[in-house]
Design a protein around this ligand. Structure first.
Ligand SMILES: NC(=O)c1ccc[n+]([C@@H]2O[C@H](COP(=O)([O-])OP(=O)(O)OC[C@H]3O[C@@H](n4cnc5c(N)ncnc54)[C@H](OP(=O)(O)O)[C@@H]3O)[C@@H](O)[C@H]2O)c1
Length: 233
């Protein structure tokens, strides 16, 4: 494959869909991943109609077998330049931390933390073979320890844990020329963000796409928001 290759999880809608679109517009061949293969197919069809190089791929971040099958397809192309761990859930809106069921915290971590880790561990060897590339963990300022307030205990904790994964993998992958960063998309209008959010998915995708397309010498191990400036942890 001559084109650089990207993979985006949870891309059948919301911010992930926009990330796929913008990466494809930059000349990437992009795997648009969804846990529901029909939803991924329908989303990919929309972008392919505009002439973009987008391929739907079934990938449920909670299912190792599904991730392994996705790797087999990507390996046929022989390279992976950008991995965007975008799939995420928010399951404890409006529930105080003192009352959130531990099962809800667990279910949140399954997708937001273990999911991103499983996918990164599975695809990193392919990226290491290429000796370059970017991993972007789609995080949130809700995961900042410095400014945490009440509520959203499951979601906040999951994004804080995801940020630690960013730090550890950034250190481990630096010798291989691979950058790992967390991105905060801003508060944007998606099913998760809700209709009152000020930003659009297009705007939310911008910092993610910027981090996914960094070249050698670009930052690694940081958290970046819409201003493309490092944010506090
Ligand atoms: N919207 C905001 O304001 C905001 C702010 C800060 C951070 N973020 C982060 O941005 C990312 C994208 O959020 P969004 O606003 O675009 O949310 P969204 O519209 O709710 O989309 C979430 C995506 O994740 C997918 N997903 C959920 N569980 C999955 C699993 N087990 N395997 C694979 N995919 C799965 C969903 O697939 P289905 O369609 O099958 O459910 C969907 O494609 C998330 O990580 C979120 O935490 C969002």
């Amino acid at each position: 494959m001559e084109k650089p290759v990207a993979l985006v999880t949870g891309a059948n809608r919301g911010i992930g869909f926009e990330v796929v679109k913008q990466l494809a517009e930059k000349g990437y061949y992009v795997f648009l991943c969804g846990r529901d293969p029909r939803a991924a197919e329908e989303a990919a069809v929309k972008l392919r109609a505009g002439g973009l190089a987008v391929e739907p791929l079934e990938l449920d971040v909670t299912k190792p077998e599904s991730i392994r099958r996705a790797l087999e397809r990507v390996e046929e192309l022989g390279r992976l330049d950008a991995l965007v761990n975008n799939a995420g859930v928010l399951l404890d809106e409006g529930v105080p931390g003192l009352r959130v069921p531990v099962e809800t915290v667990h279910a949140t971590f399954e997708v937001n933390v273990y999911g991103a880790l499983r996918v990164s561990q599975t695809f990193a060897p392919l990226m290491i073979r290429g000796e370059s590339g970017n991993i972007v963990n789609v995080s949130s300022i809700m995961g900042q320890l410095a400014y945490a307030g009440p509520g959203y205990l499951a979601y906040r904790s999951s994004k804080a844990a995801l940020n630690m994964i960013t730090r550890v993998l950034a250190a481990e992958l630096k010798p291989h020329g691979i950058r790992v960063n967390s991105a905060h998309p801003g508060w944007v209008r998606t099913r998760m963000g809700g209709p009152a959010a000020p930003g659009t998915p297009e705007e939310g995708a911008k910092p993610i796409v910027w981090l996914a397309t960094l070249g050698p010498g670009g930052p690694t191990g940081g958290l970046f928001g819409p201003g493309l400036k490092p944010l506090d942890w």
